[in-house]
Design a protein around this ligand. Structure first.
Ligand code: PXG
Length: 465
């Protein structure tokens, strides 16, 4: 068999890929017809594909390459760690220096008393851990009936059976018998399409109070926890109205339930603070982390756990753990990533420079006839495509038709800007300079112009009744 290299013709790579590689969230038959885009290298904020195209990655991979591509320091740390101790586990009273050092560093960076970490290889695993943690906590507290976890529609918490059940994606639940028992979903704080005649503030309060109503309906004695992303990422960068989080905070403080903040996307600088919980002044009992923890250079995630919860869980054996919990190479890479984020003051760069500039540019897109609203916090932004700026209504075409056409134009213009239904989203590497942001903006405008024309010509510039 020939060795597969970056230098093979693209079509050949695509054919082998289609024959043997099952892609996530993909209709493989469709993929086989078109061929996957083959990414061969990346540096800074730019990807190179097998055709030599230079693509601006305004999604930081999958919301994870916070420090940008091509940082040799991480490669060197990984090589060093692989030579010294490529693997050992953290079961059976064992530990190793990378896991110790990373746990300490996370305890230092995390807000409040989140001083303990249970490691996983990504966000899905970490959220599965969280389901077990909160139920175990209430068992040990002598309240075994407190099992229900309240989540939200259109939330994304991963793809394993547990984490996808926590998520509120109907399309995922429909494949495979989810949600698993004792997970329920309340409404999301998505004012643009769901707020009707209410002001954003009224709507935010109403959606927050659904939590209180759900707790009452189930009985507080049955509810273990509420889980939420500070800002829904994969759901379309849904930034809640200002009234939402203070009200949820009040409800959580008044009720005897745990709060899990899923910071897989909002963590490690994305909002201009180290964590989204700091941006919204939340005090979670458990925080899910992954992605930006290693800037995607190695698969690692975890659950950051408060003193209160850890003290209870620690009383007896917690029968849970992954072969790769605290993997030494991934932990060493994560630690080096955190060193770079901290020493290069990348979170300050986001707050003081990159995010304000991106916001200025992003909001200019609101003038485009194809754009119904623009929203942004830190380096995560979205816009609603619209057929008619005077109303907040979806397109007549099925959700995502217009978004997909727009995404194709973006990709054609060497800009990775994604769509979620008919919202366009960006979450670029945090190290973007003003000139990178100018390039992003120019390509976004060109793509919106072209897609607007396409949509008009296809007769799809029509609002649902
Ligand atoms: N929680 C949140 C908030 C996430 O965004 C996960 C958990 C799961 O993490 P892992 O590491 O198991 O994937 C995520 C992941 C998309 C997309 O299309 C988003 C994610 C993953 C894949 C695709 O936006 N988020």
């Amino acid at each position: 068999m020939n060795k597969i290299t970056n230098h093979m013709p693209t079509a050949e790579l695509q054919a082998i890929d289609a024959a043997h590689h099952m892609h996530p969230f993909t209709a493989n038959d469709e993929l086989a017809k078109h061929g996957a885009r083959v990414i061969t290298r990346a540096d800074g904020v730019t990807l190179t594909d097998s055709e030599g195209e230079q693509i601006l990655d305004a999604m930081a991979g999958l919301w994870c390459v916070n420090i940008g591509y091509g940082r040799d320091e991480l490669a060197e740390v990984a090589a060093r760690q692989m030579k010294e101790l490529p693997y050992y586990n953290t079961f059976f009273m064992s530990t190793h220096v990378p896991a110790i050092a990373l746990a300490q560093k996370l305890a230092e960076l995390a807000p409040g008393d989140l001083n303990h970490v249970f490691f996983a290889s990504g966000g899905s695993e970490a959220n599965d851990t969280n389901i077990r943690l909160v139920r175990r906590y209430w068992d040990l507290m002598g309240k075994p009936d407190k099992k229900v976890i309240i989540s939200r529609k259109n939330a994304y918490h991963g793809t394993s059976m547990g984490s996808a059940s926590l998520g509120g994606m109907q399309g995922m639940h429909a494949q495979g018998g989810m949600p698993i028992p004792d997970i329920v979903h309340i409404g999301q704080p998505y004012w643009y399409l769901e707020g009707g005649d209410m002001s954003p503030e009224e709507f935010g309060l109403m959606r927050a109070r659904e939590l209180e109503q759900k707790i009452d309906e189930l009985g507080e004695g049955r509810v273990a926890a509420f889980i939420a992303e500070p800002i829904q990422g994969a759901g379309g960068v849904i930034i809640p109205p200002d009234s939402y989080w203070p009200e949820v905070r009040r409800i959580c403080a008044e009720r005897d339930i745990l709060f899990i903040a899923d910071e897989v996307i909002t963590g490690f600088g994305r909002t201009g603070e180290w964590f989204g919980s700091q941006h919204y002044d939340l005090s979670p009992d458990i925080m899910t982390v992954a992605k930006g923890l290693s800037s995607g250079y190695a698969p690692i995630g975890g659950s950051l756990v408060s003193d209160k919860v850890a003290a209870v869980i620690g009383r007896e054996e917690f029968t849970h753990g992954y072969t790769y919990s605290g993997h030494p190479v991934a932990a060493a890479v994560a630690l080096e990533n955190l060193r770079i984020l901290e020493e290069e003051r990348i979170v300050d760069h986001v707050r003081d420079e990159a995010a304000p500039y991106l916001a200025e540019k992003w909001h200019q897109l609101a003038d485009h006839p194809f754009v119904g609203e623009t929203t942004i916090v830190g380096m995560m932004a979205s816009l609603a495509l619209t057929a008619d700026k005077s109303v907040r209504k979806p397109f007549k075409a099925s959700p995502g038709t217009v978004g997909y056409m727009t995404r194709e134009r973006c990709f054609g213009n060497n800009l990775i800007m994604r769509h979620v239904a008919d919202r366009m989203i960006v979450a670029p590497p945090l190290v973007m300079t003003k000139s990178d942001i100018d390039t992003l903006f120019e390509r976004a405008v060109k793509s919106l112009d072209e897609a607007y024309k396409d949509v008009k010509e296809a007769g799809l510039l029509e609002t649902a009744d």
